[in-house]
Design a protein around this ligand. Structure first.
Ligand SMILES: Nc1ncnc2c1ncn2[C@@H]1O[C@H](COP(=O)(O)OP(=O)(O)OP(=O)(O)O)[C@@H](O)[C@H]1O
Ligand SMILES: [Mg+2]
Length: 467
């Protein structure tokens, strides 16, 4: 049995579905047919028994009420009467007290039957004789003029023929059911297997051709369609992530290449002229130093970006956001005495939010650093904290260059810089905002910008207030 189940499980899904549906249909048919056969068999047999006992009763009644003495002279009349009472395939015998046949009439009755010894009670019985089925009914008559037995024997050949025909029909239908169920099982399973096959092929194609492969969605609005939609959406995301990773590697290597090329150029310069020319030596060394500084910053920021992807919030406890932001703003202001930096708190000091202190400081520093870097003329920065329902908002407002509508969505992308030359001059690598965005989102917050060109920018960060 175990082996049978195992081999059933090892065949293809299509055949498993086909076989199980066919088997189910076949079993249902067989059970119903068997029940039908049983009912029909018993009903038909009942009819036969009724017919036999009816004839027996009629004949017995006749012999009961004869009042003339039973003589050989009226045997012929009796035979004629019995012939009239008799049915097809039926034998009527009148036996005397010693079981000798007195009268025997038959109508198309096959076979010869010897006299049977009957029990004292009247009855009806079924028996087999020379391969044929018979019903026999008898009744003892004990009247004044006659003592003996009335015996009616019915050959059940036509009943058997009918039953055989019914069996043949059932067998034929069973065969047809098997065929129909296999064909319909195949059609049904194909209907279900085809989408799975499509998915299978698509997955194979993904393996061979790459992530751009999609599965064609089925027409029916069913689970398969849902599955293919999910698969396609998943592939879209995988492709997007893959493209982003590719872009990231390209951008990162490009960013790394520039300072390396500059350093390489200056070292070549030093090798040729620098040894003897103190001016070239001085300039090249300072360029190399600043480029190495840029490389260090880039590497650090890249590390920061990777770390921000894997922030674990589990061990973080709520911190007083107002206090932390005020502190970092004050420290920053000391480092930039040419800027007027204000801090404005519009909440109660108790507002707490769930974030690591280091990350909150990092976000504020990134935004303050940008505000300073991209405010060449009006050197004023305002930091504002306010509360709205269950969120706390930190706004960093500058009066700098501003950002155009088109650029607004892009500045949060890695390595994106509006004015490459200017940003590079300022020592920017284009990672600050993408790091900030990633950290903010990890803490279920949000970051946005309000700005238009040449009229300053307002960066707004919000976090859920923790209770
Ligand atoms: N306050 C601002 N005003 C105007 N432009 C800004 C401001 N902040 C950011 N930007 C623009 O968005 C770009 C992306 O900023 P981001 O902080 O990500 O990179 P970066 O400052 O160039 O380099 P990094 O911060 O990695 O040193 C900047 O290059 C700049 O063009
Ligand atoms: Mg920056």
């Amino acid at each position: 049995m175990k082996r049978l189940i195992h081999s059933f499980q090892s065949i293809s899904l299509k055949w498993r579905l086909t076989l199980s549906t066919s088997l189910l249909m076949f079993l249902t048919f067989i059970i119903f047919s068997f029940a039908e056969y049983e009912i029909l068999y018993n009903w038909l047999l009942g009819q036969e028994r009724e017919a036999v006992s009816k004839t027996r009763d009629e004949v017995a009644a006749y012999y009961q009420q004869i009042n003339r003495p039973f003589q050989n002279t009226n045997v012929r009349d009796m035979e004629n009467l019995l012939l009239k009472l008799n049915d097809k395939h039926q034998l009527i015998r009148i036996l005397d007290i010693n079981h000798n046949i007195v009268i025997s009439v038959s109508n198309d009755f096959p076979g010869q039957l010897s006299t049977a010894k009957y029990p004292s009670r009247d009855g009806i019985e079924q028996f087999q004789y020379e391969g044929d089925l018979y019903l026999v009914a008898w009744e003892h008559v004990n009247s004044r003029s006659f003592q003996g037995t009335v015996e009616v024997v019915r050959n059940l050949k036509s009943f058997e023929d009918l039953i055989n025909i019914i069996l043949m029909i059932i067998f034929g239908f069973a065969l047809a059911t098997i065929l129909i169920s296999i064909v319909s099982g195949l059609i049904i399973s194909r209907q279900y297997i085809n989408p799975i096959k499509g998915l299978n092929q698509a997955i194979m194609r993904v393996k061979e051709e790459g992530f751009q492969t999609r599965v064609t969605e089925t027409q029916h609005d069913d689970e398969f369609r849902e599955l293919t939609t999910i698969f396609n959406e998943m592939m879209e995301r995988v492709e997007e992530t893959f493209q982003q990773q590719k872009q990231f590697v390209e951008d990162a290597s490009h960013e790394l290449r520039t300072p390396i090329a500059v350093i390489d150029g200056h070292i070549a310069l030093l090798k040729r002229w620098g040894k003897n020319d103190p001016d070239v030596l001085e300039e090249s060394l300072s360029v190399c130093k600043s480029e190495i500084g840029r490389l260090q910053k880039l590497v650090l920021e890249l590390l920061e970006l990777t770390r921000s992807e894997t922030i674990e919030n589990a061990e973080i406890t709520p911190i007083p956001i107002v206090e932390v932001v005020e502190q970092i703003t004050k420290t920053f202001a000391i480092l930039h005495p040419d800027f007027t930096i204000t801090f404005n708190n519009k909440t109660e000091d108790k507002v707490q939010t769930l974030i690591s202190k280091h990350h909150l400081e990092q976000i504020i520093l990134i935004l303050l650093d940008n505000a300073v870097k991209y405010s060449p003329y009006e050197k004023r920065i305002d930091v504002l904290i306010q509360k709205e329902s269950d969120k706390v908002f930190v706004k960093i407002i500058d009066q700098g260059l501003g950002i155009s509508e088109v650029e607004k969505n892009k500045i949060f992308n890695r390595f994106y810089r509006v004015d490459k030359a200017r940003s590079r001059e300022q020592g920017g690598v284009g990672l600050g905002l993408s790091i900030a965005k990633r950290i903010v989102e990890k803490y279920k917050g949000d970051i946005a910008v309000n700005s238009s060109e040449n009229s300053g920018s307002t960066f707004i960060v919000n976090f859920p207030i923790s209770k």
